[in-house]
Design a protein around this ligand. Structure first.
Ligand code: SF4
Length: 222
C-alpha cells in the first residue's frame, strides 16, 4: 500500500481535528490560561511585552506600577531621562537596552501615531523593539487577532505535537493559523505556553502525565 502524503487532504483534515482536540483538552485543563502580564491599556501591554524579554512576567509585573506612576503614556515615556528609566528597569536585567528600546518605541508612537498604539501589524512591527511575536500579543489581547503568538514554548510544542514541520516562527504561525479557527489563535497560544511551562518542558517533558498524550505523535506513534 502506498504511504499517504502529508499534504493529502485526508491527512490535513486529521491534523486539523487533532489540533482542535488538543486546544479543547488544554482549555479544560487550564481554564484560566491568559496573558501573564498586568496591563491597563494597549500602551502598557506593549511596554510590558518589550520588557519581558529574558525575564519572567512576574518580574515585569513588579516594575509596572512604578513605570505606570512615572510615565503613564507614550509622551512622558519618550521624554524620560535615560538614568531615571534605567533605575526603574534595573531589576529586569538588560536595563540599559530595555530603557533605550522603550524610549524609542514611545517616541515613534508620538511622532507617527499621535500617541496611540497602532492597530495594524505592519505599523506595530515598524516600531523599535517590536517584532511579530510582540505585535501578535498586543493585537490578540487589545485589538483584532491577526495571527498566533509564536514564542519559545509554542515553537517547541507545535513541533513535538506534529502540528508543524518547520522550526521557523513565521512558518509555524502560518501552519497553526491553517489548522485552527481564528477564535482559537490567541487562547491556544496561552494554553500551549502554560502546558510548556508546566508539563511539556524543554528538558524532560512529562509525557506520562500529559493530558494530550493520546494526540501527540511523540507518544502515540508506534
Ligand atoms: S505527550 Fe509529551 S511531548 Fe507530547 S505534548 Fe505531552 S509532554 Fe509534550
Amino acid at each position: 500500500m502506498r504511504a499517504v502524503s502529508p499534504d493529502h487532504p485526508d491527512h490535513f483534515r486529521e491534523k486539523r481535528a487533532r489540533a482542535l482536540r488538543i486546544s479543547r483538552t488544554l482549555a479544560a485543563t487550564y481554564p484560566d490560561a491568559r496573558c501573564g502580564l498586568d496591563f491597563e491599556n494597549p500602551f502598557e501591554l506593549l511596554t510590558a511585552v518589550i520588557l519581558s524579554a529574558q525575564t519572567t512576567d512576574a518580574r515585569v509585573n513588579q516594575v509596572m506600577p512604578g513605570l505606570r506612576a512615572r510615565y503613564p503614556d507614550s509622551a512622558s515615556l519618550a521624554a524620560a531621562s535615560p538614568e531615571s528609566l534605567e533605575k526603574l528597569l534595573r531589576p529586569l536585567g538588560f536595563f540599559r537596552s530595555k530603557a533605550k528600546a522603550l524610549r524609542e518605541m514611545a517616541a515613534a508612537i508620538v511622532e507617527r501615531h499621535g500617541g496611540q498604539v497602532p492597530q495594524e501589524m505592519e505599523a506595530l512591527t515598524a516600531l523599535h523593539g517590536v517584532g511579530r511575536k510582540t505585535a501578535n500579543v498586543v493585537l490578540g489581547e487589545c485589538f483584532t487577532t491577526v495571527g498566533v503568538t509564536v514564542d519559545t514554548h509554542v515553537k517547541r510544542l507545535a513541533w513535538r505535537m506534529g502540528l508543524t514541520a518547520s522550526r521557523d516562527p513565521l512558518q509555524i504561525e502560518r501552519d497553526l493559523m491553517q489548522l485552527l479557527p481564528r477564535e482559537e489563535w490567541t487562547p491556544f497560544a496561552h494554553r500551549i505556553i502554560r502546558h510548556g511551562r508546566q508539563v511539556c518542558r524543554a528538558r524532560k517533558p512529562q509525557c506520562d502525565q500529559c493530558v494530550v498524550r493520546g494526540d501527540c505523535p511523540r507518544v502515540s506513534d508506534p
